[in-house]
Design a protein around this ligand. Structure first.
Ligand code: TRP
Ligand code: ZN
Ligand code: CA
Length: 445
């Protein structure tokens, strides 16, 4: 931040108080992402994930650690052996697997990415878990548990030969324990167009804690509800995850505006009396007393928690990869990737998206994905303008918000608007000095 920033801002206020006419944005045509045939069918029910299979993977990961100096840490042979184990299962099940290599702390690390062939390439649902442990132990709860549940869900997709509307991609991240290195490397190296195709990322990090709680990430509302509904069906109460938002591999995705969610059974925090009352277990004790310790072995797993969370993972992956709910063309994505410059303390600009081929009104949860690059986002006022000209405020200006960029997904109740027609993203920079541009935006019906 430059020191004279606030002095300049004051003089800008008078200028920007004047309502300025909207200037039409770049004329590049909106791109209607060509999808697979829309489906009005309800999502197929997810299969039960056999917890014995999940535990068998944990036994293998434990053996790998034991054979490799007691851990599966980044840069250690136990990590690569873990990757090889998971990759072999996926390859045999018909996945297209990719090893993504990176370097961290002077050692080579790997992300393992597995694509299930088929589905709409413009709507990709990802689920992932970090596969590395800390160097002090085998990391069976942290994070063999999430790794094994994601693996067994991927194998269940193959067993069912599930053909969801969306494309499914699974990931096992390296070097999470060094600070989310692998997942950040993946996101940073994903081309912008690929990034905009991600409809969601589900994270599973520590889902079998011995003194388990049932925590759901408080992020994307649709993903959160999908998990909560599952646990409600089991009559298992859940709480919002609060033990350090942003402390796992969903954070790099969230930071670039991908809708995220996930499950967690607790790490070093202490279970309260009220929590022990509703979930069982021991009050006054950590959810995982072996967190980041040598005792995080196969003995450090609550089978019930692992079972429920594995089933919840499969339920979410099945449900969220199907176009369900609002027939006939739910999940259609319309995108405009043409850049539109936003003049400094100037007139509003707009970027158009022409929506065609739909019937009736827009949904009550119209998703507006916004990617604006700007050096002081507090300058920006952002609206969604419906075809009939009605405007929905997505973001107000806030002079103190000096962070860069507006990269996020807004949900708008647009059920009073006809779906077809030209929608516009309207952006105005209301304060001097910092500038930017609309990089891309999209509407998901
Ligand atoms: N691996 C994570 C960490 O050490 C564990 C963790 C702590 C976590 N808090 C979390 C995972 C919240 C998911 C959500 O930071
Ligand atoms: Zn972890
Ligand atoms: Ca500005």
């Amino acid at each position: 931040m430059r020191p004279n920033r606030f002095a300049l801002r004051r003089s800008a206020a008078a200028v920007t108080a004047v309502a300025l006419a909207a200037v039409l944005g770049a004329a590049a045509p909106a791109v209607h992402a060509a999808g697979t045939a829309p489906s009005a069918a309800a999502a197929a029910a997810a299969p039960d994930i056999p917890v014995a299979n999940v535990k068998a993977h944990l036994t293998q990961l434990q053996s790998i650690a034991t054979a490799n100096g007691g851990n599966r840490g980044h840069g250690r042979p136990g990590y690569k052996a873990s990757v090889d184990y998971v990759k072999a299962k996926l390859d045999a099940a018909g996945y297209t697997t990719t090893l993504q290599q990176f370097t961290a702390s002077g050692a080579v690390g790997y992300n393992l990415i597995a694509d299930w062939p088929g589905g709409d390439p413009d709507q990709v649902l990802m689920a992932g878990a970090h596969l590395d442990s800390v160097s002090s132990g085998a990391g069976i709860n942290d994070n063999g548990s999430g790794s094994a549940a994601v693996l067994e869900t991927a194998l269940a997709v193959s067993r069912a030969q599930y053909q969801p509307d969306k494309h499914l991609r699974f990931a096992w991240w390296g070097a999470e324990e060094l600070g989310l290195i692998g997942s950040r490397h993946y996101v940073n190296n994903l081309p912008t167009t690929e990034r905009s195709r991600l409809s969601g990322y589900l994270n599973f990090d520590m889902i079998g804690s011995p003194n388990a709680g049932y925590f759901v990430y408080d992020d994307d509302p649709v993903i959160e509800k999908t998990f909560k509904d599952y646990f409600a069906g089991l009559s298992v109460p859940t709480e919002i995850e609060t033990e350090g938002d942003g402390r796992s591999d969903h954070a790099p995705f969230k930071n670039v505006g991908v809708p995220v969610g996930g499950l967690f059974t607790g790490a070093g925090y202490t279970k309260s009396a009220a929590q022990a009352q509703k979930w069982g277990g021991t009050a006054g004790q950590a959810f995982d007393r072996c967190y980041h310790s040598s005792c995080d072995t196969t003995s450090n797993i609550n089978d019930t928690a692992l079972d429920r969370n594995s089933d919840a993972a499969a339920h979410a992956i099945w449900t969220l990869s199907a176009d369900a709910g609002e027939p006939p063309t739910d999940g259609d994505v319309f995108t405009n990737t043409a850049d539109v410059a936003i003049p400094d303390a100037g007139a509003a600009v707009t970027s158009p998206i022409a929506v065609t081929g739909r019937t009736g009104n827009a949904p009550s949860a119209l998703r507006v994905g916004v990617d604006i690059k700007h050096t002081w986002r507090g300058d920006l006022v952002v609206d969604l303008v419906a075809p009939d000209g009605s405007a929905y405020r997505l973001k107000n200006s806030s002079s103190g918000d000096s962070a860069d960029n507006v990269i996020t997904t807004y949900t708008v109740n647009a059920s009073g608007e006809a779906a077809n027609g030209t929608w516009r993203l309207r952006v105005q920079d209301v304060a001097r000095q910092d500038t930017g541009y609309v990089d891309s935006w999209k509407l998901t019906f």
